[in-house]
Design a protein around this ligand. Structure first.
Ligand SMILES: [Fe+2]
Length: 354
């Protein structure tokens, strides 16, 4: 995003004028509409849609109005790629039958994935606890059928992502994916347990010879490394032993760690890493810890210009369809037993250390 566009954005959010045309105006003036699949060959610019937590109530096969508005916005904005940090369907209930699970994924295909794919916008998934939790009991998956159905669904669509796979043996649960200018490692953080073998795999994936020194390097998983929202600051809601994993990610110079699950948009720095907790696209807004801020349904657009190395994030409230300013977020989120997270800038330089 150019500085002029940024200034326009700040003026817009500071002003009282609120109308449907404001968002259009912001993206038009920032030049964002020029990016997208048409620029797929242009590795100098990249625009990503970042979404998470779409699911409705258990077994639901359709999606809330905010999800539908979000998909429409993505179609309009034409990012090169959408990354989804999990909870695409409404599982994690053992009484759901296989046909119900299949119907939920068919609903996701109909409402979200297929429209984006038809518009030339591939979707990279991370598996959430409602998609196929990795929670185990006595060495066995508690939600094994859900993981099987998630595997079947994404197996049918892996061809749409084929050109970018670096490592896909355990797709969609953990994999590495690349396109010019971008290197993505997706981890199975569908429960708090990211075990030692996966940590070794993450370390190895991040040191892949296919990763280029100037790639924007993103790591995405459903559960976050630390707590952001009320009701989620407890065991099972964040990755266990996150400090150890943070060391691995920091050493590998990961640019951004993206998570969902906490239903709270909070761009932060923590443990020497740059984090992005995504708001829920669907229902279940949550209050950010230590503040009065309830995070509305939202999605985030990330734009990166390789020549300047500048990354710019814009998060849209899917109720008002307005960009959300970070100024209203608490300066820090600090809760006993979890790493402190400090609010960070939405514009940053790739490769800059925290
Ligand atoms: Fe979740």
């Amino acid at each position: 995003m150019k500085q002029t566009g940024r200034r326009t954005f700040l003026r817009l959010i500071a002003g009282a004028a609120v109308s449907g045309s404001v968002l259009d105006g912001f993206f038009r003036k920032s030049g964002s509409q020029q990016l997208g699949p048409a620029s797929a060959q242009n590795a100098d610019k990249l625009k990503l849609g970042l979404i998470s937590d779409l699911n409705g109530s258990y077994g639901s096969t359709n999606y809330s109005n905010s999800v539908q508005r979000g998909v429409s916005l993505l179609m309009q904005q034409q990012p090169d790629l959408v990354l989804c940090a999990g909870d695409m369907v409404a599982g994690q209930k053992r009484s759901l039958t296989n046909s119900q699970l299949k119907a939920m994924w068919a609903g996701f295909e109909h409402s979200v994935r297929a429209p984006l794919q038809k518009a030339g916008i591939p979707l990279l998934p991370a598996i959430g606890n409602h998609d196929g939790s990795s929670q185990q009991h006595q060495g066995r998956w508690i939600y094994g059928r859900e993981r099987q159905q998630a595997d079947l669904f994404w197996g049918q669509h892996r061809g749409d992502l084929q050109s970018g796979f670096i490592e896909n043996e355990r797709f969609p649960f953990q994999y590495a994916w690349r396109r010019p200018g971008l290197f993505v490692v997706v981890v199975d953080a569908s429960s708090a347990n990211v075990d030692s073998s996966q940590r070794q795999w993450i370390e190895s994936a991040l040191s892949s010879p296919y990763r280029q020194p100037d790639d924007l390097c993103l790591v995405m998983g459903h559960l976050p490394l630390t707590a952001f929202s009320e009701g989620r600051a407890r065991a099972g809601e964040c990755i266990t032993n996150s400090q150890g994993l943070a060391i691995v990610l920091r050493r590998a110079r990961v640019d951004l760690v993206i998570s969902g699950h906490h239903h709270a948009w909070y761009p932060s720095e923590s443990m020497g890493l740059r984090l992005l907790s995504l708001g829920a696209m669907g229902s279940g807004p949550r209050r950010i810890i230590g503040s009065g801020v309830i995070s509305p349904p939202s999605l985030t657009l990330l734009e990166w210009s390789r020549p300047s190395g500048l990354i710019s994030e814009t998060t849209i409230d899917l109720n008002s369809m307005q960009p959300i300013t970070a100024d209203r977020l608490p300066v820090q989120v600090d809760v006993a037993g979890f790493a402190q997270a400090r609010r960070r800038s939405l514009q940053w330089q790739r490769g800059s250390l925290i």
